[in-house]
Design a protein around this ligand. Structure first.
Ligand code: HEM
Length: 232
């Protein structure tokens, strides 16, 4: 029964919607956590250490996150394939439909922005989480001890190093702009799938998606640019 529901077109939209909103909550928290670097390296490193120090709870959240990403990506690709099969030739010309359908550049490029973000995510986790000083990659140069306390990972050093290069700084900036596009349509689409279909609500939900996407993206972009231009 559950398998049948998840396999149906409506079920697939529900899965991408629920997992998408869960992932929005994660990226929002992640972005706010990154801003700890504005208060200095010590608070940032201590915050990251606090999270990893949560032990089983942290691993459970990580596992949930991996499951959410996998379900979101696989179902998103299936929805796109389903749509393609329904209209193999595609449209001659695109014109924004406006009104309730909200056909925009962001909506049509969900599969492309999504796939780019997926590749980015793998690269991102390898560079930072599993970078020097990370799990399975012990490196004494990326460890710091504050006020005689136990030494902890110097994640701030790694972040500063990466974002002192133009490739990382502007590469991340470009990807975060794609994230804004993806979230802008994604939040609205998820709310629709979860039942917020009243036409009078559409403009408000669409604005929430736009604001949330822009807020998260701009918050993320701020740290690399501030490091690159020596502002923090
Ligand atoms: C400027 C933008 C970003 C910066 C500076 C940044 C920084 C970091 C850092 C330093 C870590 C390692 C944390 C640790 O090992 O304790 C990390 C982990 C991670 N980031 Fe980002 N991040 C950014 C954007 C994103 C975006 C847009 C996503 C998702 C689409 C994302 C998803 C993740 C994930 C899934 C992890 C692994 C979490 C874990 O399992 O501990 N990050 N990020």
């Amino acid at each position: 029964m559950l398998k049948k529901l998840i396999g149906s077109p409506v079920g697939k939209k529900l899965v991408t919607g629920v997992t998408g909103l869960g992932l929005v909550a994660f990226v929002l928290l992640h972005m706010v956590g990154n801003l700890a670097l504005l208060s200095g390296d010590q608070p940032y490193n201590e915050y990251a250490h606090f999270l990893t120090g949560l032990g089983p709870l942290f691993y459970a959240v990580e596992l949930g996150l991996v499951a959410f990403f996998l379900f979101h990506i696989v179902t998103g690709i299936k929805i796109w394939i389903g749509k393609r099969n329904a209209r193999p030739v595609g449209y001659d010309r695109y014109q924004t439909a406006g009104g309730p359908s909200r056909q925009t550049l962001a909506s049509r490029s969900m599969i492309i922005t999504g796939l780019i973000l997926m590749v980015f995510l793998v690269f991102h986790v390898i560079s930072f989480k599993f970078g020097p000083g990370g799990p399975g990659n012990a490196d004494a140069a990326y460890v710091v001890a504050y006020d005689g306390a136990e030494p902890i990972r110097d994640l701030a050093k790694l972040v500063r190093e990466k974002f002192s290069t133009p490739l990382y700084t502007f590469g991340y900036t470009a990807i975060m702009l794609l994230l804004i596009l993806h979230l802008r349509h994604g939040v609205w689409s998820a709310m629709q799938s979860l039942g917020a279909t009243k036409p009078s609500l559409t403009p408000a939900i669409y604005s929430v998606g736009g604001l949330l996407g822009a807020g998260i993206g701009i918050g993320f972009i701020f740290v690399p640019l501030a490091i690159y231009f020596n502002l923090i």
